[in-house]
Design a protein around this ligand. Structure first.
Ligand code: S3P
Length: 198
């Protein structure tokens, strides 16, 4: 303002600062760790797609949702793939696409909730990216999943009990494989954790 006479809204300044911060983080990730991607993992309904989109905007990276990518490539919804070809087929396709996506250069990748079950998927994404766990509390997950119709694994008479069972069964694994974990994740916290870790 002193130099140019132009004034900025505080909100605009904050956005600019955040984006600068986001771009710095990606640059350091590349320079110090030789990695180019930010990869989000976590249980279904943990906010991977929502936060991933925003994180991509902040960092200037391209956003890719692995499930949407798989659906586009297969020409079918995930629920249809499960119904017609079964989970084993889905998992094989998932692995193939994850390996393909891990080769990309500078993306924010939101993984499907079960992607980390296979060590080869974890190894592929960690080779080129920082694996970030969105450690969302169970009550928020339930809330986020309440309108979901495209999660065949939860298509059971008692959806809440099945969600709880799977959540408990996977929780430790998510923590074990991730490079960093963000509790009750919001965009600012994810960004801060990423910056601190690189
Ligand atoms: C799955 C999670 C889903 C999807 C598929 C299986 C899982 O992705 O890949 O229904 O095993 O947890 P989201 O986590 O994006 O819902």
């Amino acid at each position: 303002t002193i130099w140019t006479g132009v004034t900025f809204e505080p909100q605009a300044c904050e956005t600019i600062l955040r984006r600068t911060y986001g771009k710095m983080a990606v640059k350091r990730l590349h320079e110090k760790h030789g990695k180019k991607n930010l990869v989000l993992c976590g249980f279904m309904g943990s906010g991977k797609t929502t936060i991933g989109r925003k994180l991509a905007r902040l960092t200037g990276l391209e956003f890719i949702d692995a499930d949407i990518y798989l659906e586009a490539k297969e020409g079918k919804k995930i629920s249809e793939i499960f119904a017609e070809k079964g989970e084993a087929y889905f998992r094989d396709r998932e692995t193939a696409y994850i390996k393909e996506l891990a080769q990309k250069d500078g993306i924010v990748l939101a993984l499907g909730g079960g992607s980390v079950l296979r060590p080869e998927n974890v190894a592929a994404v960690k080779e080129t990216g920082l694996l970030i766990l969105l450690d969302t509390p169970f009550y928020r997950i339930m809330k986020n999943l309440s309108y979901s119709t495209n999660r065949p694994l939860l298509d059971k008479p008692d959806k809440q009990a099945e969600t709880r069972r799977l959540y408990n069964a996977r929780k430790a694994l998510y923590h074990r494989v991730a490079d960093i974990a963000v509790r009750s994740p919001r965009l600012s916290e994810v960004l801060e954790k990423v910056v601190k870790s690189v």
